[in-house]
Every structure is written in C-alpha cells, then in structure tokens.
Design a binder for this molecule. Structure first.
Ligand code: FAD
Ligand code: 2HG
Ligand code: ZN
Length: 482
C-alpha cells in the first residue's frame, strides 16, 4: 500500500527541480512519454527482482544541491530513495512506489588524499574501482573490494556497510570510515568529515549512516583510512574433499600465513560447476572437487611471502588437507582465479532468478544449512535439471574468513512454492544458531519483515526511535529497513 501521507508528484514539482538543477542531464523524468524508457534502469534493481514506479530521478552535483532537494521534498512530503550504483542485493536502492530517486553519480570527485596518513576524502558518488585505481597510483588500497566494484559507489558501500573480499584483512567500514558528510531530510548538512583516527568526543553519530541504507539521510562525502598497497600479492586456488577440510585449511592458513593472509574465500563444487555451465569458463583444476578455497596473501616482501606460501602449500598437501591446488604465476592468472569467486553472483542469475541469503553463522555449522535446504527442496520435488523444476540447485559460497555464508538458490523462475519452502525456514535455522540474517548486504526491502530473527524487540524499538528522530516525516527510503 502506498502511504497516502506522501504527496503525488506534480508538473510543478518537476519544474522546481529542473530550475534548481539547471543541467539537462541532472533530471530524468517520465511525465512526457518519450522519456519513460530512460527512467527504467533507475526503477529496477541489479537482480531484476524489484521494480519501482518513480517518475523522477534527480542527479545533484553538490552537497548544497542535495540539501536543497531534500528540504523541498521534506517540506512538501515527497518521498525519496537515495541511489548509488544500484548494485545492492536487497532491493534498497529502487523505489517501491513513486518515490523520487536521488542518484549520486554526478558527485564523483576525489577531494583530497594524504600520502602520509593514507586518508582519502571523496564524494559519495565516486565508483569504488575508480577510487581504488586512484589509490593504486599512490601505492595505497581502498580497504574494501567486491565483485560490483566497477559500478557501485563508495557512498553506497558505506550506506550498506558492505563487507566484501578484504574484510578479513582490513576490517569493516565501521572502523575504516573516519568521517562523513551527510544531509538530513530537512536539508541540514552534517559536516563531520573528520580526518582523525581518534576522536572520543561524544556519541559517534557517523556510525548511524554506515549501514543506514539511506533511511536517515544522504551521504555526500566520506573520509576513509586507506592502507598501504602490498607490493607482493599471491593467489592460490584449492580443491578439497569436504567442508571439514575447508575448515582445516582455514586454520592452517591463519596459523602459517598469519599476517600476510588477506582473503580466504570458499565455494562449494556445485557453485563452481554452475559458474562453468553459465559462463563456459574453464575451471582452474582438473577433475571435480566437493569444495574449493581461494586464498590471497598480501605482504611487503616477495621472497618472504613466497617462502611462507610454499611452506604452507607443502604442509596442506602433505597432510592431505587439500586435494589439489594451483598458484597464480602472474597478474593475469590472479585475475583468472579471482574470477572463479567474483563471477559467481552474476553467473547464478543465468537461469532466471536467485533466492539469496547472506548469513553470519558459526563456521562449523555453516554448510549444514546448504545441505538441509537442498534436501528440503529435493524432498518436495522442486529441484531438477529440466524446465519443469523451478529450482536449479542450492549452493553455498562466501567469505569463510568472516564466517559469512552466501546460500544461493538459483531458479528458473521465482515461485511461491519455492519461497514457502525457504522462508521462514532459513531464518529460523539461522536464529537457532544465533546467527545473523544479513551479514553484509543489509535489510532493504527483502529482509525488512525478518529483522526480528536477528534483533530483539528492544533493539528494534531503539532503531525506530532513531529513524523517527532523524526523519520525522518518514520521507527517506520508506517501506524499507524497519
Ligand atoms: P545502491 O545499490 O545504489 O544502494 C544501496 C543502498 O544504499 C540503498 O538502500 C540506497 O538507498 C542506499 N544508498 C546508496 N547511496 C547512498 C548515499 N550516498 N547515501 C545514503 N544512502 C545511499 N556486498 C557486500 O557487502 N560484499 C560483497 O562481496 C558484495 N559483492 C557484490 C557483488 C556483486 C556482483 C553485486 C551486484 C553486489 C555485491 N554486493 C556486495 C552488494 C553491495 O551492497 C553493493 O554492491 C554496494 O555496497 C552497494 O553500493 P551501490 O553504490 O550500488 O548502492
Ligand atoms: C559476494 O560475496 C556478494 O559475491 C554477493 O556478497 C553474494 O550474490 C550473493 O549472494
Ligand atoms: Zn559477499
């Protein structure tokens, strides 16, 4: 149900925004029929699972413009949805009804970089890969990396508190983001773009925006601590006999590679098989293995790292922890090995749709859920190789180093019967293990009804109080989060 407290957009509103933003490219609208196709990409999400009905997209180029837009929307009860690269996986970045999309893509400037402290200050709309390439030239690295780096924006990353492939090494954005510039719905600019590692002067309000998913304000700039880029990087890819072997490999990697270990990712054999089926990509190892791991090391001394990695490899082969493995010999091979992990999310969409569950679970129990879900779907005859079965398979992969499982159920079509088998079953399973129903993707619209499986009534009440305090009219990304 569209909330009737929100005003319907009128020609007069559109004219106001056009006059304010001036530039043609800053406003996309579908009041005139020929513009309706242009607005389509802003109305549908990366998974093509959600479709909104926005008639207006605004692309401010400055914080001042964001402030004026939000103040006008708040005064006129016009609902809005902040949008970055629109790569989010919980339907948070697209409108549900006719909310105005405020897209940050024109706010794309690096503001400053301090080579001594490693602190980067940049507009929220800078693409993650652009930021990382800029930092590479300065021998630094963005402390976050993920498969959507070519499209997602650093503001979107902060708004979702994205985890990704480097969290094991560099920690979460809650620690790395040092300052935030954001605009509240009433137009107030929060200028907290500090470049300090330490600042114990009261509540750390920026933390509310990290993972706030655009529900209390729009992030327009961030300052972030960026580590030195490691000159020696190695990537290895292993085949393993069982999930127990994967756990042993993780322990061995922590033990023996210790400070140079920068990623430890897990993919089950079914994931890799489907990647191959969907993309035709040849897998790095001969034969099939029930599990695969990808390990990355990053350090400052090539000889030292190579020796450590060599010893580790010898050890895990001798002790039969891993069955087979390959180490990348150059940059191209590193990219090849990484693509076996980074390409998974997109490949699994090949059959038509994917039910995605992004979960934090105790590592030891993590994979049992994938088996249980597959058994459950198989028992009721929903899984099969041909078109008469909606489900292709149930697979598991993820950031094993962070105890973060991605349970994916690729389907030929979204199907109520499949959904009924999966939900709330998966959420109840996770709750029993004291896990989290959203490890890194956020709540958006997908997880909103299920927050109670991971948060107590008291916590939810406090969250609602925060929402009401910052956004009393409720115009910011309505129908989502809580
Ligand atoms: P959007 O999708 O545009 O927006 C996401 C949410 O943030 C929405 O609620 C939106 O309203 C809000 N928002 C966006 N910008 C702002 C802003 N400036 N101010 C306030 N709110 C804002 N996530 C992980 O954590 N780890 C991964 O490894 C990972 N891998 C991925 C791989 C692929 C192939 C894809 C498609 C996605 C992946 N993601 C991953 C999901 C991840 O959340 C997003 O990719 C990314 O963080 C979102 O950035 P975005 O700019 O696309 O934001
Ligand atoms: C990843 O780690 C992303 O690849 C996406 O977080 C996971 O698509 C998914 O379920
Ligand atoms: Zn992930």
């Amino acid at each position: 149900q569209r909330n009737s407290k929100f005003t319907n957009l009128s020609e007069e509103h559109v004219k106001y925004f056009k006059d304010m933003l001036g530039s043609e490219s800053a406003v996309v609208e579908s009041f005139s029929k020929d513009a309706s196709e242009d607005i389509e990409p802003y109305n549908s999400d990366w998974m093509r699972k959600y479709r909104g009905h926005a008639k207006l997209v605004l692309k401010p180029a400055t914080t001042e413009e964001v402030s004026r837009i939000l103040k006008y929307c708040n005064d006129n009860m016009l609902a809005v949805v902040p949008q970055g690269g629109n790569t989010g996986l919980v339907g948070g970045s697209v409108p549900v009804f006719d909310e105005i999309v405020i897209n940050l893509q024109r706010m794309d400037k690096i503001r400053s970089f301090d080579e001594v402290s490693g602190i980067l200050v940049a507009d929220a709309g800078v693409i993650l890969e652009v930021a990382d390439n800029f930092l590479a030239e300065k021998k630094h690295i963005f402390p976050l990396d993920l498969g959507a780096k070519g499209s997602c924006q650093i503001g979107g990353n902060v708004a979702t508190n994205a985890g990704g492939l480097r969290l094991l090494r560099y920690g979460s954005l809650h620690g790395n983001v040092l300052g935030i510039e954001a605009v509240l719905p009433d137009g107030t600019v929060i200028d907290d773009l500090l470049e300090l590692r330490k600042n114990n002067t009261g509540y750390d309000i920026k933390q509310l925006f990290i993972g706030g998913e655009g529900t209390i304000g729009i992030i327009t700039g961030i300052s972030i601590l960026c580590p030195q880029r490691s000159p020696a990087v190695n990537v290895a890819y292993f085949g393993l006999e069982s999930f127990e072997h994967a756990q042993k490999a993780f322990r061995a990697a922590k033990n023996q590679l210790s400070e140079i270990l920068s990623a430890f990712e897990m993919m089950d054999g079914r994931t890799q098989k489907l990647l191959n089926k969907a993309t035709g990509k040849k897998l790095p190892l001969e034969g099939e293995h029930p599990f695969y791991c990808l390990i990355e090391t990053s350090g400052s001394n090539t000889d030292h790292d190579s020796e450590k990695l060599q010893n580790f490899l010898e050890n895990v082969m001798e002790t039969e922890i891993v069955s087979d493995g390959v180490v990348a010999q150059d940059q191209t091979q590193m990219g090849e090995l990484w693509s076996c992990r980074e390409g998974v999310s997109e490949a699994l969409g090949h059959w038509g749709g994917v039910y995605k569950y992004d979960l934090s679970l105790p590592i030891a129990d993590m994979y049992d859920l994938v088996n249980d879900v597959r058994d459950r779907l198989t028992e009721v005859g929903l899984v099969g190789d041909d078109d008469s079965h909606p489900v292709v398979d149930a697979v598991g992969y993820g950031h094993m180093g962070d105890a973060n499982l991605h349970l994916n159920v690729p389907v030929r079509r979204y199907d109520k019967e499949v959904e009924k088998q999966l939900e709330p079953y998966v959420y109840e399973w996770v709750q029993k293990k004291n896990g989290s129903i959203s490890a890194e993707h956020g709540l958006g619209i997908t997880k909103k009804p299920y927050i109670g499986y991971s948060r107590s009534d008291t916590m939810i009440k406090l969250m609602k109080q925060i929402k009401n305090l910052y956004d009393p009219n409720g115009i910011m990304n309505p129908y989502k989060y809580i």
